[in-house]
Design a protein around this ligand. Sequence first.
Ligand code: M6R
Length: 608
Amino acid sequence: MCGIVAYIGHKPAKELLVEGLKRMEYRGYDSAGIAVLNGGLRCIRAVGRVAVLEDKLTTVDDLEGTIGIAHTRWATHGEVNEANCHPQQDDKHAIAIIHNGTIENYATLKTYLKGRGHSFTSATDTEVMVMLISELYQGDLEQAVRAALKEIRGAYAIGVICANEPDTLVVARKGSPLIIGVGAGEYVVASDASAIVAHTTQAFSLDDEQVCKITRDGFRTSTLDNIAVTPEVRQLEIDLEQIELGSFDTYMMKEIYEQPERLRLTMKGRIKSRDGQIVLGGVSKFTRELVRARRFVLTGQGTAYHAAMLGEYLFEDLAKVPAKVEYASEFRYRNPIIVDGTVLVAVSQSGETADTLAALHEAKERGALTLGVVNVVGSSITRETDAGVYLRVGPEIGVASTKAFTGQVAVLTMLALYMGRRRYMSVEACADLLSQFERVPEMIEKTLEQNDHILDVTKKYVDQENWLFLGRGYNYPAALEGALKLKEISYIHAEGMPAAEMKHGPIALIHDGMPVVFIANQGPQYDKVMLNIEQVKSRGGRIIAVATEGDKQIETIADDVFYVPHIADPLSPLLTVVPLQLMACHAAMLRGHDVDKPRNLAKSVTVE
Ligand code: M6R
């Protein structure tokens, strides 16, 4: 989704802003722009990649200022063209704004502003914001921003500069992330820590409806009513190495390979396998409520939804508590019943997904206790939930979520055991699962050793346009995740479903040579899965199986097999998903696609 970066300091702003935009390219965008104060306001914008903007900038020579704002846009209001790019300017070309989010009452405000004589050149809600600021400007940019924001309904993270105030940058947020990096006499503001970390690791976030006026001498943060607040400057939890490719060609592949090391961090200090004990500091204050909860609702979107679905299975199976998974976007609008003792678990990598945030608000409103299972520290979901457990998988740059998925499933497994142990589970049963859980990282390492084989198999099927992914029980959500991975980066049509559901309709699709991926680990439903494989095989489908090491029977029926080590069934998706991630990545690369920047997609979907 859109990315914003702003700078005020002593360095040339242009280079720094372009570098910041490049670091945020992974978020997904369709156009980019930059504005710098250099005597007057200079604004350059371009449709397409940041590289196109960069080329354009080489033809402009008066962009030498040390204060500026820049933006990558993912269109929401108005088509993808230069007029709709950010920065947007007022009609006097004195004030420029960059904006993430959407303004709900922009049409009414636009009519009002037109009546006041303003003329518009774009179809964006953002131009309405800058025009309103201009309308209310009486010589003090901060005041004008504050006054405008009071009139606005919707979500925003903004950066504003004004030709009349060349030493002032004003930023504000509501519902969209904004981080202010604090350097020595310089400030880098961005929607994403990756654009800041090369310059400073000291930063603070704004809370909703807070405004910050920044000059080279310092900053002042306040509410919309101008009450001063003191934000807590903290150390950013990412470093440059984490956001660079290193020896990998793509972030997705890097992140797939990082999973063992990252999961060790997810588990670190949280499990005592010999004692059958789980320690989750982030939820310990609510242990009683969790153990006595009557019902859990787990929610998320996309990959996070698949992890939440596994959470549903884990909570019911291991903690013996009723649980239900729901798409956040559906939960929010369907008037859900929240009985006493309901806990909502919001699962999200970014912690900023608009639908998940909205579901969280709805559940809170109706009295549920709320937990976050989130990766990005300090993100909106973490700030708005009552408690939570961080994934600790480090920044995920690839648009296709991989290490966040295994991190989410690992955290949900620990939460299920945390409650299960305090409800019905014996120390021995818990200790047994934990000792296997602890070995997941080394088992993933072993699975990754098959990468060359997975590439060879992918080559055999990569030209096929329709794939099915089938699994049962715990491996049904893993099958959904495998299908999502393949379709989102390789643009191959892929569907995931319960293996048994196939014969109720989708079996009609099976034709000679169609690749059908079965997750056929040796769990309780192994025999049933084998039966489903026969049904596909006899109709000409080509079987790619993910199976348990040592299973020779599967080789007699499957065309190709990827093996994973033996593990207890509830933990198996943490392994079975890995070959599917690798296969999707290879398929996309073989088809010549940009794996990290798939078409139409954004890393974090902050609009509904
Ligand atoms: O940041 P979140 O985990 O809340 O994002 C949710 C989905 O948008 C995300 O998982 C998406 O489906 C990924 N592109 C899948 O790889």
